[in-house]
Design a protein around this ligand. Structure first.
Ligand code: SF4
Length: 92
């Protein structure tokens, strides 16, 4: 199966298939599976799909998601106002 990587096309497809996605969600809620079984299926599918995706070619998450950091995580990180750390958001 070819994985769609064009973010604009993915957005259009998601909008076009919104009703179908809601039907699938309803279907999943009606399944006679406990959450561990459903999680196992989702993790298996995620592993298969993720193996076909190179996030370094897309980098969308790096553009739209701002990492959150806590000083305890990286005590040697320079002050937030300098260099690369300027793009990090300090947690509350
Ligand atoms: S960078 Fe983000 S949006 Fe792009 S492929 Fe990876 S997870 Fe998906």
């Amino acid at each position: 199966m070819k994985i769609e990587m064009d973010l604009k096309r993915i957005k259009k497809l998601a909008a076009a298939l919104d009703d179908e996605n809601w039907e699938f969600r309803t279907f999943l809620k009606g399944l006679d599976l406990d959450s561990a079984e459903l999680d196992a299926i989702v993790h298996r599918i995620n592993d298969e799909v993720s193996a076909q995706i190179d996030c370094t070619q897309c980098a969308n998450c790096c553009k739209v998601v701002r990492p959150v950091w806590m000083r305890q995580m990286w005590p040697s990180l320079p002050p937030v106002s300098t260099g690369r750390s300027r793009n990090l958001r300090k947690s509350i």
